[in-house]
Unconditional design. Sequence first.
Length: 255
Amino acid sequence: MDKARKLFIAGNWKMNKTVAEGLDLAKDLKRDLALVRDVDVAVCPPFTGLYQIGQFLDGSNIKLGAQDMYWDKFGAFTGEVNAAMLKDVFCACVILGHSERRQFFHDTNETVNKKTKAALAARLKPIVCVGETLQERESGRTELVVKDHVTGSLAGLKAEELVEITIAYEPVWAIGTGKTATTRQAQEVHAFIRKLLADMSDSSTAARIRIQYGGSVKPANAKELLGQPDVDGALVGGASLVARDFVDIINNARS
Ligand code: PEP
């Protein structure tokens, strides 16, 4: 692999898998990916599975991530968990601002920004999701929306904080739909995001930040998508629920 940035492929299990089912999947992945050192790999089970799956994967080459968190340190926030609680159950990273959270649970750039800062303060690596809807793309607003998400969600972060973040570009119209952005569409937006990051910091900082693509990534399209110069990995939903598919995505991306 000749990219300067190491690929980072994460599986977003969303609201799927009991603890036992998650452990079964984690067992297959730990076995089949044991020799992978040239790609960073993470799985993000639902909160209920984090402790046991994290314990099982601890010390392996597969990192654990959560799918969301709250920014405050403790207190009367029924239903929420904070960054320290995620660290306590083996998490190394956390997905923030996923389009499903923006769409169904009222996450905004402002709340994603607070969560990102709280995650960084706890040394939890954020995967910050950005991306346009079909309507926004068709009305020519892709760059405007992506700029709003990137600058809003990452507002006020210093260069040394930005390099700890992964951005996931996930066109909403490609998530769970079977429609994938073309390699050209993906590369165009990734290059645009990298330019935004350079404007927010400097070009050498921007060159160190990993930008994942997400949206119906499958074994069959992983190699081409992840071969693009500014595509540094993938956030995988549906295909990360099947060990064979997730392993094939990783191996195809490496080849
Ligand atoms: C996601 O949920 O982040 C995602 C990309 O889902 P899928 O791969 O199923 O499109």
